[in-house]
Write a new protein. Sequence first.
Length: 343
Amino acid sequence: MENPLVVALVTIAIIAFSALFVIVEFSLLGARRHRLEEAAVTSRSARAALRSVNELTIMLAGAQLGITACTFALGAVTKPAVHHWLTPLFEAWGMPAWTADTVAFALSLLVVTFLHLVVGEMAPKSWAIAHPEGSATAIAIPTRAFVWVFRPLLMWINAIANRLVSAAGVTPVNQAAVGGQDAATIRHLVEHSADVGAIEPSFRSQISSAIELESLEVQALLKPGAIPTGVPPEATVADVREASVRTGHLRVLVYDGDAGTPRVVHVRDTLLDPQDRPAAELAREPLTLATTTPVHEALARMRSTSEQLAVVMEGDRFAGVVTITDILHRVLPGGTESAPAPA
């Protein structure tokens, strides 16, 4: 290819494609999911960007394939053309043929490397980092089309890469952490923000506690040595009322004689019954959680079933109870002093 205009146009196109693939990499890694979700309500491009975030490894494989192809294309088109133009110029300056050829080769390699590195990679990378959501949205549709065409090849490449990663003892992931940040990073940002005065110190523990819900298990909420309010299996309505008055708890456990899962009776269910009625007749099956249940899952289940109290079991052994108040105390330490006693 000796026509300078054609070479210039092809080079510009190759560098533009390289910049596009670089933007794909850095914009998808930096984009905040919640911002894309907000924009996706009215924007087709934002919806495409959100789909790209949800299959991150395939998109990154496509970006790497595109960047590699652009590198080869520059080496096949631009570098030989520049080399071909410079060699006779240096020979005209009096250089020996082999010297002119060597210098022309080195300069053509330098020119191509500069164009690819600075114009095709570093500049678009900086723009994508500065505007992750905007850049991810801007290039979402064309890059989705590219990935659709090459998906079989990309999935094959990605599968090989995942096997290599697994062989190294690392679990492959298919999408970034929510919002581009993991819990440890967010916790660090909260601590730093409190230290520099960007947020009120009183909010530090509350935000950190809320972040912990992602990994915290129900067993961490159980109070060592605490004995939940309960009555034996042969207890009567009078015993339930007495236990409620003594502790201030509205929900009272009715223990199983075989040390199985206790049941629960609410004091209001006893108001119209005679005092000698067996409490077991009014007791109902409680919401049961394992000790390893994540707190955020426990909270979701308690809200969906409108339960204020859940019985925690460790296998077949009764471990204790957790209440909505216990979770609030963990998330909002110091902010629930006026809350009623658990259960």
